[in-house]
Design a protein around this ligand. Structure first.
Ligand SMILES: [Zn+2]
Length: 151
């Protein structure tokens, strides 16, 4: 009986390993104080087995942007001139876009907005929904998790 029990445990561990949630590999070029926040938000959004590179940009036009390199491999650009609270918002917003891509709510290779010289508009109704959710998460998660720091 004990042997069967041990075998069941081994099989269970094996199954957990196959379907287990592997941690993400995050290369954070923004500064390591943001890493616990990024990890908490990824955890909350159920982003697993994913490689994410966070890169600072210096731009007057863009606050942030998420780019898909291949499946489970993304770059998040964050405007380094943003205030600290905005940086948390941008991270949570862009990580939501990655979640939407992983869970097939929105294909990240498709633009959600069209920017012209006089306005910004959504490409379609689904794109607007996608952005609204990312905005909502951006505010909510930046408030919820910005206390997670190393010191
Ligand atoms: Zn967005």
């Amino acid at each position: 009986m004990k042997k069967i029990y041990n075998l069941l445990i081994v099989l269970l561990l094996f199954a957990l390993n196959i379907h287990g949630e592997e941690p993400n590999i995050i290369h954070n070029g923004l500064g390591f104080k943001y890493t616990p926040f990024i990890e908490q938000v990824c955890n909350y959004l159920k982003i697993n087995n994913t490689q994410i590179i966070i890169k600072p940009i210096y731009s007057k036009a863009i606050a942030g942007r998420a780019v898909k390199l291949s499946s489970n491999y993304y770059i998040v650009y964050v405007n380094r001139q943003s205030k600290e609270y905005s940086t948390y918002f941008i991270l949570a917003h862009e990580l939501t876009h990655i979640q939407q891509d992983i869970y097939e709510e929105w294909d990240l290779t498709q633009p959600t907005t069209i920017i012209t010289s006089y306005n910004i508009r959504y490409t379609n109704v689904e794109a607007e929904k996608t952005e609204r959710k990312a905005m909502k998460n951006g505010y909510a998660l930046s408030k919820k998790f910005n206390k997670f720091k190393y010191w």
